[in-house]
Design a protein around this ligand. Structure first.
Ligand code: PNS
Length: 175
């Protein structure tokens, strides 16, 4: 009997930077496929805070504990990249109904471009349903507490990038 090829999944994103919400998705996704490739989009149009190298480094460090997860980057069409990796699955997270329209549009376009690649939506853990890289950057830039929202090395990197000012005499709330 022929052996089945390993199922390769791509988890694409901007990851600027990777958050605990992304990590939650990676943990769920890694249980569903044989190999999961966390793929960082080199997207200069979005003017990311971190370079693709920095985003990959952080993603590598925080996923080092998963034996079937690797980190890579890509340019151009996601489905062409997925094909080059012999991936049959694209994994995306849905946090709230507001994500659905954009995700549906992307998934249907990707299916039209390469019907053999299936998009699988995973629900984020409810603790992360409000979380995005964007909101984390805004909070840290304004001196707020982001512990518990991003892995410690990401928190340290963000704090370096935004030394920030905190309002004296006002206790920070922990999460
Ligand atoms: O983390 P993000 O910014 O929500 O990720 C968006 C991403 C990288 C999945 C999306 O922008 C993408 O796939 N870009 C690659 C270009 C592409 O394939 N576009 C056509 C899909 S509709």
């Amino acid at each position: 009997m022929a052996t089945k090829p390993p199922v390769v999944g791509i988890y694409p994103g901007t990851f600027d930077p990777i958050t605990n919400g992304h990590l939650d998705l990676i943990e769920r996704g890694a249980r569903l496929v044989d190999r999961l490739v966390v793929s960082v989009l080199r997207n200069e149009r979005k003017q990311p805070l971190f370079s693709v190298q920095e985003r990959m480094e952080m993603a590598r460090e925080v996923t080092a504990g998963f034996s079937n997860v690797e980190v890579d980057h890509f340019d151009g069409l996601l489905v062409d990249y997925a094909c080059s990796k012999r991936a049959s699955v694209i994994i995306r997270g849905i946090r709230a109904i507001s994500d659905y329209e954009y995700e549906l549009q992307m998934a249907l376009m990707n299916r039209r471009l390469r019907p053999e690649i299936e998009t699988v939506f995973l629900m984020s853990g409810e603790a992360y349903s409000f979380l995005s890289s964007q909101i984390v950057k805004e909070v840290i830039r304004l001196g707020g507490n982001i512990s518990g929202l991003v892995p410690p090395i990401v928190e340290a990197t963000l704090k370096n990038r935004f030394p920030g000012e905190r309002i004296e005499g006002c206790k920070q709330h922990s999460i």
